[in-house]
Design a protein around this ligand. Structure first.
Ligand SMILES: [Zn+2]
Length: 583
């Protein structure tokens, strides 16, 4: 299958005008060099989004959304980056219908995971796999489902490590990928193997489940690798994406077994976090798919807490999810096995609002016959209600409470207005978000962001950074800087808009880059020329931070060290870093 190369992506970007494309979606007005419009990515009332014809990027100075023409179309249309490339390419006469995405730099590693998956799948189909198949079939996972989710089996008798060795995969590589442990043996033994996928549907890890003993550690996962970062991945994202066209909502669950179970009854628009809490990255991923998000976490108290914290994460990006609670059932898996498809569809149809969920929580431990408890319940609920943007929800909830507790609606509404006031005054003003963030940042963090900003503007700064910056203390910034340098060495130049395409499959970097590009909206940054003295100051500030940190660490180990000779060594090292000569 043909692949869309970076060259083609860059060509489409260069021949497409971002101002013209965004104008198809919303009106833009020219002010000075740039165009302005109402931002579609937050609840915007004044034009907060600027579009630069010169840089071919957009930035919102209120919510911080930023990107190039592809990311705009992909976010606006809820399609993937590569679909946006196809769409805009087709207008230029490119036929990319049957082309897949750009070649993944980890292609070789992905091939190894594929080989391993085939090996595990083969095992489950042999006589040695009988017990595992029976176990799965007892749990109503039929052959078709096993095939669909590529479920396999790790058995003691045949070693995956040996098999991969015969395919010329080095032991170091297998250890690096988490397939083999440090002693050179298979990571998974006697476990049913569930491949875990990245956002594009590549297998990037495994989860092994015990099936023939009552071990407490039911699941064992491959360790985190550059390909397998749980914070950024959602199980089944690639398939759920396709089913979205039929049902415009997505259900977020806790475990991949829940997703597989839902699929066995024909519900395919589900994703799962894989053994980690719901992160900001997850929130952005699902928001990109649809605004209709349903949280269906485990039925226990931990699941309730996970729901509360996921709501918080989603509220920060202006998404109000719906919620399904499973009462006495452990998880969606168990619920569907016991109650069946129709009961679960009914749950989906009757998913409750955030405020109803919070009211359920607020009822816990209160005696709602007691006047004091009623009063604090009403008070707490009204406070929560001020977070809702939907006026209808506010009115309906107040009316419901008025009826339940026999209080007049007007009294409750007055109370609501009392609490809602301060928020009205603090309506999100443009620029506040970016600036507030700034105040909390320490000097070296500001220097890091500023340096990356200038690296993207001026290749001279890339050269200086390569020569003078030891390393960036913040891991994401370090990663970003490495990618910029790699990009520069590959293309001999740097271009913000193309660089955005270059990292389009790296969620972590996209987030970081957003913060940096929104500096564009600040007068102190948006200058014609780079000031090299300013660059020097940033570098000094970062190197000083790294040096001070190292000294602090050494001083700490000096305090813990009792051996005189080693103490001397540490003192020597500290002096060297400080640049002091000892006599
Ligand atoms: Zn915005």
């Amino acid at each position: 299958m043909a692949q869309i190369s970076e060259e083609i992506i860059n060509d489409i970007r260069k021949r497409t005008d971002i101002v013209e494309v965004i104008s198809r979606y919303l009106p833009l007005t020219k002010k000075g060099k740039n165009y302005f419009g109402v931002c579609p990515f937050h609840d915007d009332h004044s034009p907060s989004m600027s579009v630069s014809p010169e840089k071919q990027i957009f930035t919102c100075f209120s919510c911080g959304a930023t990107g190039n023409v592809f990311t705009f179309v992909s976010d606006y249309e809820h399609i993937s980056f590569i679909e946006a490339v196809r769409l805009l390419g087709s207008k230029l006469g490119y036929n990319l219908e049957h082309s897949t995405r750009i070649e993944n730099p980890h292609q070789k590693d992905l091939e190894i995971y594929k080989l391993a998956t085939k090996f595990y799948q083969n095992n489950i189909n042999t006589a040695l796999g009988k017990n595992a198949v029976k176990y799965l079939e007892d749990r109503k996972i039929d052959r078709e489902t096993m095939k669909k989710f590529e479920i396999g089996l790790a058995i003691q008798k045949v070693s995956l490590t040996d098999y991969l060795k015969s395919k010329n995969v080095s032991l170091d590589k297998m250890i690096e990928l988490g397939i083999t442990n440090n002693t050179g043996n298979d990571t998974f033994v006697n476990r049913i193997i569930f491949p875990l996928y990245d956002l594009q549907g590549n297998i990037v890890a495994f989860s092994g489940r015990i099936y023939n003993t009552k071990d407490s550690s039911k699941y064992l996962n491959t360790k985190e690798t550059p390909l397998f970062k749980k914070r950024q991945l959602l199980y089944n994202y690639h398939r759920a994406h396709e089913h979205l066209r039929k049902n415009d909502y997505i259900i977020v669950m806790e475990g991949f077994m829940d997703v597989i179970r839902a699929s066995t009854v024909g519900i395919n628009n589900c994703v799962a976090t894989m053994g980690t809490s719901f992160t900001k990255e997850h929130a952005n991923l699902v928001k990109k798919m649809t605004d209709n998000i349903i949280l269906c976490f485990d039925g226990d108290e931990a699941g309730e807490e996970a729901t509360t914290s996921a709501i918080k994460v989603l509220e920060e990006i202006n998404v109000e999810p719906k919620i399904i609670r499973l009462e006495d059932y452990k998880d969606p898996d168990e619920y569907i096995i016991n109650k069946g498809k129709d009961a679960f569809l009914n749950k989906i149809a009757n998913a409750i609002s955030v405020i109803d969920f919070k009211m359920q929580l607020l009822r816990h431990g209160k005696n709602l016959k007691d006047i004091n408890d009623i009063s604090s319940f009403l008070e707490e609920t009204i406070k929560e209600l001020t977070k809702t943007k939907d006026d209808i929800v506010v009115e309906l909830t107040l009316r419901k409470m008025a009826q339940e507790f026999n209080i007049s609606y007007d009294t409750l509404y007055q109370k609501y207005q009392q609490y809602n006031k301060p928020k009205e005054v603090n309506q999100p003003r443009p620029k506040t978000i970016v600036q507030n963030n700034d105040q909390n940042k320490t000097q070296y963090e500001k220097a890091e962001l500023s340096l990356i900003y200038y690296m993207l503007k001026d290749s001279e700064v890339i050269n200086i950074v390569e020569k003078k910056v030891g390393y960036f203390p913040t891991p994401t910034i370090r990663y970003l800087s490495n990618e910029i340098i790699a990009y520069y060495h590959k293309y001999g130049q740097i271009n913000e808009a193309d660089f955005i395409s270059y990292i389009s499959d790296k969620e972590e970097l996209k987030q970081a880059l957003s913060n940096i590009l929104s500096l564009n909206n600040r007068p102190e940054f948006n200058k014609e020329q780079t000031n090299l003295m300013e660059i020097d100051d940033y570098i000094i500030s970062i190197n000083k931070y790294v040096k001070d940190k190292k000294i602090k660490e050494l001083e700490q180990s000096l305090r813990n060290e009792s051996d005189m000779r080693k103490q001397l060594e540490i003192i020597n090292e500290i002096s060297k870093i400080k640049g002091v000569k000892l006599c």
